[in-house]
Design a binder for this molecule. Structure first.
Ligand code: DX5
Ligand code: ZN
Length: 231
């Protein structure tokens, strides 16, 4: 369990792209300070999504309120694109353990670009895969679905995995590292994840669910989380 507040990071993958700016502005007005952009290349994951153009488009909205613009790079050879995402305005960049042959080099390249380095693990990748890189990163991202699509079903074993990662951070005095969880998060599981030690909840479908305004969806998520939500 963490005593830190939980931050909600809306994933724009589930936004209405005809109204992307308005939807992101609505989230920012509701107090969100971390916007999650899912970058997919059709190689590392079986889907194609957004690139630097979308990041550059969102940049002024995020900068106006000092929000973090985070790219989740679900791409092969992410090193090739760090510069371009940095120039587009990404202030946090997360790469996958499974996509990086020289992870230490990649993480330090992100740091060198003055962005927060994050490292993600897929559901079948053990927490131990983060062991050596933990001291070098700001964000450990635990995938709670296999990456590739929004709207997938949450994998329940993620809760225990988050608890094991939290225990490892405590044991090693690395509690400043954020534990971010991504995929299938909604009112029904956000509290258990927070209790296990999650500090950032990525949420796409549950934030941009068109049946209610973004601000109302955020309110429901915060209420379900129950304690310490700071956005
Ligand atoms: C999945 C992406 C997630 C996804 C989250 O590959 O990394 O960020 O968009 O969306 P929901 O909340 O709908 O699972
Ligand atoms: Zn993501």
């Amino acid at each position: 369990m963490s005593t830190r507040p939980v931050e909600i990071a809306p994933s724009v993958l589930s936004a209405d792209f005809l109204r992307l700016g308005a939807q992101v502005s609505e989230a920012l007005e509701a107090g969100v300070r971390r916007i999650h952009v899912d970058v997919m290349d059709g190689h590392f994951v079986p889907n194609l999504t957004m690139g630097p153009l979308v990041v550059a488009t969102l940049r002024p909205l995020a900068e106006r309120v000092g929000a973090v613009l985070e790219v989740h790079l679900m791409i092969a050879e992410p090193d090739r694109y760090l510069d371009v995402f940095s120039h587009a305005g990404a202030s946090a960049m997360t790469v996958h353990v499974e996509a990086c042959l020289q992870l230490h080099r990649t993480v330090h390249a992100i740091r060198h670009l003055a962005a927060q380095p994050g490292v993600a693990i897929n559901p079948a990748t053990p927490v131990a895969a983060l062991e050596e890189i933990l001291p070098d990163i700001d964000v450990a991202l635990v995938m709670s679905v296999d990456p590739g699509f929004g709207g997938q079903v949450f994998i329940p074993g993620t809760i225990g995995k988050v608890a094991r990662l939290r225990a490892e951070l405590v044991r090693r005095g690395l509690e400043h590292i954020e534990i971010e969880v991504d995929g299938g998060i909604g009112p029904e599981n956000i509290r258990a994840l927070a209790e296990a030690g999650m500090t950032i909840a990525v949420a796409g479908t549950s934030v941009f669910d068109p049946r209610a305004p973004v601000a109302e969806n955020l309110r429901v998520l915060r209420a379900a989380c129950g304690f310490g939500v700071n956005t």
